[in-house]
Design a protein. Sequence first.
Length: 239
Amino acid sequence: MYARQSRRRFLGLLGAASAYAAQTRPDVILHSATIHTVDPSQPSAQAVAIAGDRLLAVGANDEVLNLAAAGTKKINLSGKTVVPGFIDVHTHPVYSGIRHLRRLDADLRSIQAIKNAIRTKAADTPKGEWVVGFKYDDTKTEEGRKLVREDLDEAAPNHPVLIQHRGGHTAYVNSLAMKIAGITEDAPDPAGSHFVRDSVGRLTGGLEERATEPFEEHIPSEYTRDDYRAGAKLISEMM
């Protein structure tokens, strides 16, 4: 069944590219591989032929290897996996995995949903210990406003709370967190950063850039080798 579907798909691709393929022979053929094509009509293949920066053909081993010319380099991948080129200029996979294990995923679509999630997390967290969230994005919540400390106070009055914005430059805390960090209404802004205030100068709980540092000093951030292993396993499964 695979061979018939693969051959039909292969011939279709080759026919569509016949003008190019007629003049071009592959520089490289990867074969005997497990290739994920991200093409619903042919989700997997065994071989791919490449010329310069173009894919000439994707299909079964015998079909693609038959395109080889005298100078074509053939690479036997012995079942190894080939995926399209994922472009991500900056990522922290293991740390992301640990955060998903230990912290609250605040990638939710309303402030009310975030408050409910904080309330649930706080119920499973000893009183007085930190509830930390990440991936919050104010541009995706239906209320059209940012979190303020009253939101977090209501959700977890007996726990210090810090919710990190997914952009990495801002965070939001509740009143107990400010008390623990020693941040009062007259606290000066750290150099190059801000404790966000409302129109009358009252702290809203918003933090910009280095204003998060007085809070992060109080949040446990040491992990064991088992934590890193568990984080790597989870994020690999998620990816």
